[in-house]
Design a protein around this ligand. Structure first.
Ligand code: ZN
Length: 592
């Protein structure tokens, strides 16, 4: 955490583009049916605007890809933007059912594809959920901009929702130089509309942090909208349901039943899942977990499989797409901008309880599908490990403590615990445990408990697994469930450590300090051993004017003296990191 030492007011120019075309008086404007060729879906009939530029109602009519609000649906505006010019897609006399009579580099078929796609998606979602447009009403028009990505910082091809609830609009870009397609198929349109609907349904205007898992969930849910609308449009049956997204524009389409096939994760904190936080944070990979969960919940799974955390699942019951999307739809308003996968799992279980009952087939299907994708405690009924899988904010200091326990069986002699920073257990910390405590259980019997401690930095994701490596010779005779982890690893528990970030006290972002013997104060961090203080004259800490250590007292607050001469009236930046002393096994044990 960073703190400014003196208040400065900064003014900045706010730059924003407005996508409104030149205003023009439209006479005799009304919505009518028009038919034209689309890019992917052949000839389509849709609602379009008929108007005249002359007040005389029998004067020459112009047809435009635009609608006025109608039957509770919002109006739609679509325009092509290129080199500073913005044009509507219009068909003027002599009418030829192509909407390219204003000069634009974009094809009529491309504009028609996007335009009828939005109309179709809105109609399908209204029929299913009674929800119109983005916010459920006709107040916010659907504004669609087709753009040229050449000479910009954008990807060659892109489809985006602005995410701004004050000025919501959709952008679709293509490159002429690279001959990249306009992403305009109905699944893509529905995906973007899904982003907009979710923003309004959960009232999330901005993100709490760059690396919130909400971004992965949001991306996965947008795919759910995409696949649902696409299959309704195709009138798919459960037998021929199509789980491929982006089929029209990518050589490797996104198969929701197999997220790893396109570089996404299919297991929470498993392969491809981004546990870290960086400028390149790959939230998109984490969307595969949601996609796979939705696929398994809808379709079920015959046979048996093991996820990246060694969790085995078999013969899952599918509840069908309609019930699955109802659960998703009802869970969306519960989302917060900091929600993570375990939170979203809890929301879907709440909804399943409300809709179908606590012990219903549907509830169990929701839970089992989450376990299949790694959002699960991963405990075996006969051998438990703490912390549970998928947990967070586990204390890294003084060490990462792992407990394990099992019931009744005194024949276990040695348990090996492995702890690592990745799901593959590259370079694990290995601990052999042969001291177990015995406890009496309420209601009879005993259980045994052992523990191991590993060393990891704050904010890391830790992977733990265990196996019994020594037991009495008769251990695997008869039906002993514990034998499943004799010489074979238990499912992995992945959990995230607390970040140990220091909080200033009081928790303001700026404060004034005395020029002589200046001090800063922060909240004590449990089990820290010392604190590193840095003071700089710039926010990036390139020009450090003071760096020093301060001991840990364990009082409610800690105070550090800045042993440097500061200039009066100058703004400085300070940061403090809680640290542990270096150990042979782990150096730089801190979370700056
Ligand atoms: Zn998206």
């Amino acid at each position: 955490m960073m703190k400014k030492l003196h208040l400065v007011l900064t003014g900045a120019f706010l730059l924003f583009q407005q996508y409104t075309a030149v205003s023009q008086t439209l006479y005799n404007a009304k919505n009518v049916d028009r038919t034209a060729m689309s890019y992917y879906n052949g000839l389509r009939t849709f609602r379009a605007l008929e108007y005249t530029i002359n007040p005389d109602p029998v004067s020459e009519k112009i047809y435009r890809l635009q609608t006025l609000p109608e039957n509770g649906f919002p109006g739609i505006q679509i325009y092509g933007t290129d080199n500073g010019s913005t044009v509507f897609f219009e068909d003027k006399t002599p009418y030829d059912n192509t909407f390219a009579d204003n000069p634009t580099p974009y094809l009529s078929t491309e504009a028609v594809q996007l335009y009828f796609g939005f109309q179709t998606a809105m109609k399908i979602l209204d029929q299913r959920f009674g929800w119109k447009g983005m916010d459920g009403t006709d107040t916010n028009p659907i504004k669609i901009s087709i753009e040229n990505s050449d000479g910009t910082q954008n990807d060659y091809s892109y489809a985006r929702f602005s995410g701004d609830l004050n000025n919501p609009f959709f952008r679709f870009g293509k490159s002429f130089i690279h001959n990249s397609p306009l992403p305009s198929s109905i699944d893509i349109v529905s995906h973007e509309l899904g982003h907009a609907i979710m923003k309004y349904r959960s009232n999330i205007a901005s993100l709490s942090s760059l690396c919130t898992e909400y971004r992965s969930i949001d991306e996965g849910l947008a795919d759910v909208f995409g696949i649902y609308v696409k299959n309704k449009f195709l009138q798919s049956t459960p037998q021929n349901y199509n789980w491929l997204l982006l089929k029209e524009i990518q050589t490797i389409p996104h198969d929701m039943s197999n997220p790893k096939s396109h570089g996404r994760a299919d297991t929470y904190r498993g392969k491809n899942f981004d546990n870290g936080c960086s400028d390149n944070y790959n939230y998109d990979a984490g969307a595969g977990v949601l996609a796979k969960w939705f696929y398994l919940l809808s379709s079920g799974f015959a046979g048996s499989a093991t996820n990246d955390l060694g969790y085995q699942y078999s013969n899952l019951t599918g509840i069908g797409v309609e019930k699955a999307i109802q659960i998703v739809w009802d869970a969306i308003p519960k989302l917060k901008n900091y929600s993570d996968y375990p939170a979203f799992k809890a929301f879907t279980l709440d909804v399943a309880t409300q809709l179908y009952g606590a012990n219903s087939t549907e509830y169990q299907a929701v839970e089992k599908a989450w376990c299949a994708v790694g959002v699960c405690d991963n405990n075996l009924p006969f051998f438990k490990i703490y912390p549970p899988n998928a947990s967070s904010n586990i204390d890294p200091w003084p060490a990462v403590k792992v407990n394990f326990s099992w019931d009744n069986d005194p024949r276990v002699k040695k348990v090996e615990v492995q702890m690592a920073s990745d799901y593959n257990f590259t370079n694990p910390q290995v601990y052999e445990v042969n001291n177990f405590d015995m406890f009496f259980k309420y209601g009879g019997g005993v259980f045994y408990k052992g523990s191991a401690s590993g060393y990891f930095r704050p904010d890391e994701t830790v992977y733990v697994r265990a196996r019994i490596t020594q037991a009495d010779s008769n251990f695997c005779k008869g039906l002993n469930p514990l034998c499943q982890i004799y010489q074979q690893f238990s499912p992995t528990h992945a959990f995230k450590l607390g970040d140990k970030k220091v909080q200033f006290w009081p928790a303001t972002t700026y404060t004034s300090v005395k020029p002589w013997y200046p001090e800063i104060t922060w909240k004590s961090e449990k089990d820290a051993e010392l604190y590193l203080m840095q003071v700089a004259s710039d926010a990036s800490f390139n020009s450090i004017v003071y760096e020093g250590f301060s001991p840990h007292t364990g009082n409610f607050t800690e105070t550090g003296l800045i042993n440097a001469t500061l200039e009066i009236g100058q703004t400085y930046y300070a940061r403090v990191a809680a640290k542990r002393l270096n150990k042979p096994i782990l150096k730089s044990n801190y979370g700056l």
